[in-house]
Design a protein around this ligand. Structure first.
Ligand code: HEM
Length: 490
C-alpha cells in the first residue's frame, strides 16, 4: 500500500513538473521568432508567482521586475498565475497588446476572480457581450458625469466629510476617502443616501466582497473567498430588490429620460442615477443589469479612494504644488457666490488640478498591470508570443521608466503642462487602453478635483510617520495614511 501511494505521489510530482515545462517543449511556430528570455522558476504551477507578487512601494517597480528587466530585458517569459506568461514592461508592446483586444489578445483574469465577480461582469466577459455592456457604460457615464445633481452631490459629500474634520487634529485619510467614494458611488448608481438602511447593508456586504477579491481563492465555508462569493449573492439580491421597488413605483422615462409617465409622482423628484437609466435599456438582460451595477460599485469605490489618498500624500511633500493648487481653486471660487455650487465649466478650469491628478496616477500606479491572453501565435519585433500564453502588460514600469519620463521618481505635476494628449497615449496608461480603457476615468477625476477644491481652501496637513503606498499588487497605505490636519478658513 505504502509503495503504491509512493508511486502515485512520485507520478503526480513528475506530472506537475512535466506540465510546468511542457509549454517550452512544444512551440509550433518557431519560425515566427524565438521566445523572449526568462525563467519559469522551479515551483510547478506557481513558477515565479510568489516573487512577482512580493509587495513593494507602488512608486517603484519592485525588485522582481527590476532584476528580471536587467537580466532579460523589458520583455521576458515567466510562469505566473498557473500559466506560461510573457511579461511586458515595454511601452510599444503594451500599446500593441491593449490596442489589439479581441483580435490578437483577450482579457483573461484568473478563474477565482470570475468566481467572485460573477461570469457576466464587464471585467471578465469578452467579445460581443463585452461590447454590449461597454456601450451602455460609456453612454451612462457621458450622460451622468456633467449632470448638475451628480456634481452637487459630490460637493455636498465633500463638505460633510470636511465639516466632520473641523475639530479634529488627526484623521485616517483612507477611511475618510472610502466613506466619500462609497457615498458618492452608491448615490450615483442606486440613488441611495448613507442614512438609508439598505446602504449600510450593502456597504457591509461590499467590504466582505472586497476582502475576498484579494484573498487566497479557497472555497471553504468561513474563508474570506467563500464569504465574498456569498456577499456578492446578497448584494445582487439587494440590487434586485431595489429594481423591484423602482418598477413598483412605476417610474418609466421615455428614451430621452425626461418624461415621467406616472402622474402620481412629482417629476422633480425623479431619480437620475445609473439604475434608472439602466432600467430603460433593453439591450441588457436583468442579470446583466444587476452585474453592471456591481461593476460600477466596484470600479468606482476602491480605485478612486486610493487616488485621493495618493494626491493628498504627494501634496503633503510638495508645498509648491499645494500653494499653486490653492491659487487655482481660490481663483475659481472668487468668480462665484460664497455658497454657489461648482459646475462642469468650473471643472474645466482646473488645469493644474488635472496635472496633479495625472502625476499622482503616474507616480502612484494604482493599477500595476492587467491580465491578457494571446489568441494566436504573434510575432512582435523579434519575439514570439505563443497562442494561449498569458500576457501581462505592466503599466507601472512605463510610468517609472527614466528613458520615457524624466526624473520619474519625483512628484513633478508641472511635467504635464507641456504634454499633448496624443503624445501621452503610450507612455501614460493609468486607466488601461484600447477597447477596455476604464469607462469611469472622468468620474474619478471629477470626484477628486471637487474634493481638492474644498480641501486645499480649508485645510493644511502633514502625514504622520512614514506611510507610503504599497503594491500588494492592489495598492494600499500600510497605516491608512494618518494625517495631522489644521483647519483654516479663507
Ligand atoms: C482612479 C480611479 C480608477 C482607476 C485607476 C481605474 C483603472 C482601470 C483600469 C486600468 C481598467 C482596465 C482593466 C483592463 O484593461 O483589464 C479599468 C476598467 C474598468 N473600470 Fe476603472 N479605474 C478607475 C475608476 C473607475 C470608476 C470610477 C469606475 C466606475 C464608476 C470604473 C469602472 C471600470 C469598469 C467597469 C472597467 C471595465 C472596462 C472594460 O472591461 O471595458 N473605474 N479601470
Amino acid at each position: 500500500m505504502g509503495v503504491f501511494l509512493m508511486v502515485i505521489f512520485v507520478g503526480f510530482v513528475l506530472g506537475l513538473i512535466l506540465n510546468h515545462f511542457l509549454p517550452l517543449l512544444f512551440l509550433k511556430n518557431k519560425k515566427l521568432g524565438a521566445l523572449p528570455r526568462g525563467s519559469f522558476g522551479y515551483l510547478p504551477l506557481l513558477g515565479e508567482t510568489l516573487a512577482f507578487l512580493n509587495p513593494h512601494p507602488s512608486t517603484n517597480i519592485g525588485s522582481f521586475l527590476q532584476e528580471h528587466c536587467s537580466r532579460y530585458g523589458k520583455v521576458f517569459k515567466s510562469h505566473l498565475f498557473f500559466s506560461p506568461t510573457i511579461v511586458s514592461c515595454d511601452q510599444e508592446l503594451n500599446y500593441f497588446i491593449l490596442q489589439n483586444e479581441d483580435k490578437l489578445f483577450e482579457c483573461s483574469y484568473p478563474k477565482p476572480i470570475h468566481g467572485v465577480l460573477g461570469k457576466i461582469s464587464m471585467l471578465v466577459v469578452v467579445g460581443d457581450t463585452h461590447k454590449r455592456l461597454r456601450n451602455v457604460a460609456l453612454s451612462l457615464v457621458s450622460t451622468i458625469k456633467s449632470k448638475h445633481e451628480f456634481l452637487t452631490y459630490i460637493e455636498k459629500t465633500t463638505l460633510q466629510i470636511l465639516d466632520s474634520w473641523k475639530d479634529k487634529k488627526q484623521v485616517i485619510f483612507c477611511q475618510e476617502a472610502r466613506k466619500f467614494t462609497f457615498n458618492v458611488i452608491v448615490k450615483q448608481v442606486l440613488g441611495l443616501t448613507p442614512e438609508e438602511p439598505q446602504t449600510v447593508r450593502i456597504l457591509e456586504d461590499f467590504l466582505t466582497f472586497m476582502r475576498g477579491l484579494i484573498s487566497f481563492p479557497l472555497y471553504i465555508p468561513g474563508t474570506p473567498y467563500a464569504n465574498a462569493v456569498k456577499a456578492r449573492i446578497r448584494i445582487s439580491s439587494s440590487v434586485k430588490q431595489i429594481i423591484k421597488e423602482r418598477r413598483r413605483n412605476n417610474i418609466i422615462f421615455n428614451n430621452n429620460y425626461n418624461i415621467c409617465e406616472n402622474k402620481n409622482i412629482n417629476p422633480q423628484k425623479k431619480e437620475s442615477d445609473f439604475l434608472e437609466i439602466l432600467l430603460g435599456v433593453d439591450t441588457l438582460s436583468e442579470d446583466e443589469k444587476v452585474s453592471f451595477v456591481l461593476d460600477a460599485l466596484l470600479g468606482g469605490y476602491e480605485t478612486t479612494s486610493i487616488l485621493m489618498a495618493m494626491v493628498v500624500h504627494f501634496l503633503a511633500k510638495s508645498p509648491t504644488a499645494f500653494e499653486q493648487l490653492k491659487v487655482e481653486h481660490a481663483s475659481i471660487r472668487s468668480k462665484k457666490n460664497k455658497d454657489e455650487s461648482l459646475n462642469w465649466e468650473d471643472y474645466k478650469m482646473m488645469a493644474f488640478t488635472q496635472n496633479v491628478i495625472n502625476e499622482a496616477l503616474r507616480y502612484g500606479n494604482i493599477v500595476k498591470f492587467v491580465h491578457r491572453k494571446a489568441l494566436k501565435d504573434i510575432k512582435f519585433k523579434d519575439y514570439l508570443i505563443p497562442a494561449g500564453w498569458k500576457v501581462l502588460p505592466i503599466l507601472s514600469t512605463v510610468h517609472l521608466d527614466p528613458s520615457i519620463h524624466s526624473s520619474p521618481l519625483e512628484f513633478h505635476p508641472w511635467r504635464w503642462e507641456t504634454q499633448r494628449q496624443d503624445q501621452t497615449s503610450k507612455k501614460f496608461t493609468p486607466f488601461g487602453g484600447g477597447s477596455r480603457c476604464c469607462p469611469g476615468s472622468e468620474l474619478a477625476r471629477v470626484e477628486v478635483a471637487f474634493f481638492l477644491h474644498h480641501l486645499v481652501q480649508n485645510f493644511r496637513w502633514s502625514v504622520e510617520g512614514d506611510d507610503q503606498p504599497i503594491a500588494y499588487p492592489y495598492v494600499e497605505f500600510e497605516r491608512g495614511l494618518v494625517l495631522n490636519v489644521e483647519h483654516f478658513a479663507l
